[in-house]
Design a protein around this ligand. Structure first.
Ligand SMILES: Cc1cc2nc3c(=O)[nH]c(=O)nc-3n(C[C@H](O)[C@H](O)[C@H](O)COP(=O)(O)OP(=O)(O)OC[C@H]3O[C@@H](n4cnc5c(N)ncnc54)[C@H](O)[C@@H]3O)c2cc1C
Length: 149
């Protein structure tokens, strides 16, 4: 769901939210953006935020700018998982290991349900999809060969 309008009230109607709350929320955001202090969500307070922001601007300003110029746009944001922190250990055959480090018969894993093959680092784009596809391929082949039944 999304929308676009020159008026915040009209945009609110398009996306099915209260016509008074949206302008009030935008006004508050603009005030905090002007102060470069997002007290509501802490935007711009971490190095990570600022790194992915507009680095031509100083400090929290890299991620905070007022919403003052029409047209206004709305897009629906949904939760997603980039990767996991932890997860089941696997062998190079994509076998899930038990707490003693032995493969569990008939259990294979790939993607976000296993411990990240790259450890605690995300080396860049493809850092999760690449291993997920590779381990999925290995798991499928290993399961077909019945390596641990
Ligand atoms: C915004 C965003 C950007 C990303 N960008 C990149 C990128 O540039 N490069 C990169 O390498 N990785 C990227 N990733 C990470 C990558 O998309 C994931 O690591 C990858 O999709 C994980 O694959 P998966 O198969 O393990 O899990 P998923 O793709 O999450 O698949 C799990 C599936 O299981 C289904 N499911 C869940 N519960 C049940 C149930 N009970 N019964 C049946 N089905 C169920 C879900 O609907 C889903 O389809 C990004 C992730 C996000 C959210």
């Amino acid at each position: 769901m999304g929308g676009a309008s020159d008026s915040l009230e009209e945009l609110a109607a398009q996306i099915g939210v209260d016509a008074k709350n949206l302008p009030a929320t935008v006004n508050r955001f603009n005030k905090l953006a002007e102060q470069l202090d997002d007290q509501d969500f802490g935007r711009g307070k971490t190095d990570y935020d600022r790194f992915y922001g507009d680095r031509s601007r100083e400090g929290a300003g890299a991620t905070l700018g007022d919403l003052a110029k029409a047209p206004y746009y709305a897009v629906e944001i949904r939760m997603g998982a980039l990767g996991t922190n932890g997860g089941a250990k696997t062998s190079a055959q994509a076998q899930i290991m038990d707490v003693d480090g032995e493969p569990i018969a008939g259990l294979f894993g790939a993607g976000n349900v296993i411990s990240a093959p790259t450890g605690s680092v995300y080396a860049g784009a493809g850092g999760t999809l690449g291993p997920a596809l590779t381990f999925g391929y290995i798991a499928g082949r290993a399961a077909a060969r019945r390596v641990n039944r």
